[in-house]
Design a protein around this ligand. Structure first.
Ligand SMILES: [Zn+2]
Length: 246
């Protein structure tokens, strides 16, 4: 079992060892911790080095308010320096639900990070909100990059289009109560689906923060939707992960 998208750098330091142990006990083999800005790069890499048997580091700049153009140069420098520990590029993307950063800056940084992923032959985890159409247009130019749309909430016409240009979809654990994600899991080809938690967000349990161990809830849901044995679903998702990331 794999969690392709978590934010371990924002987990309470006291709780992190328990979270890691819970993941191991649940049978999680890999957690990819996604960074979102410059300070998060260092923190996330530290955690990956602390738990090398289970945590992999993904380097990226998220379209948050403080994003500035020079951040990309810092990211590139960081990635070059730590290249042997960089497993993927993410979390990157575009989000037009707020006016800042400008659409222009977001697009520029997004493309630069895709260029970097292409150059290094690394998969990318992509966030998008209210920019789904624009993202897909840009991704059409990056046929050779392994593209994972994380927690994609776009319309089904866009999901179909993204699938046709070779995107993968990491479906979060809140699938247990999201008709949208249940429909996605039912309609997309099974080989295009990956699992993620977006820890500590998107928990399947209303009263608990999310954690990688809860991927098991997504597999149970896939098993129901696909009318397949849990073990077979588990194997399918593991195979998909290996195809994209290994
Ligand atoms: Zn995320």
């Amino acid at each position: 079992m794999i969690d392709t998208h978590a934010h371990l750098d924002i987990i309470d330091k006291e709780y992190l060892p328990t979270l890691i142990q819970n993941a191991k006990d649940a049978g999680i083999k890999t957690i990819i911790t996604q960074s979102v800005n410059i300070p998060s790069l260092t923190k996330s890499l530290e955690i990956a080095k602390q738990y090398p048997e289970i945590v992999k580091f993904s380097a990226g700049l998220y379209p948050e308010e403080t994003l500035k153009e020079s951040d990309f140069d810092e990211l590139k420098e960081f990635v070059t320096k730590n290249i042997q520990d960089v497993f993927a590029i993410g979390e990157i993307g575009m989000d037009f639900s707020h006016p800042i950063p400008s659409r222009e800056l977001q697009g520029k940084i997004f493309r630069k990070q895709l260029d970097l992923a292409q150059e290094l032959n690394l998969p990318v985890s992509i966030h998008t909100r209210k920019a789904e159409k624009e993202i897909i247009e840009i991704l059409k130019e990056y046929r050779n990059v392994k593209k994972i749309l994380h927690c994609f909430s776009g319309k089904f016409k866009l999901i179909k289009e993204a699938n046709e240009i070779g995107c993968y979809f990491s479906i979060p654990t809140n699938i247990v109560r999201s008709e949208h994600f249940q429909k996605m899991a039912s309609e997309l080809p099974k080989e295009k689906i990956l699992t993620e938690t977006d820890t500590p967000f998107l928990s399947p349990h209303k009263d608990k923060n999310n954690e990688p161990a809860f991927v098991v809830e997504s597999l149970k849901m896939f098993s129901l939707l696909w009318k397949q044995l849990y073990e077979d679903v588990d194997k399918q998702i593991d195979n998909n992960y290996e195809k994209v990331y290994c």
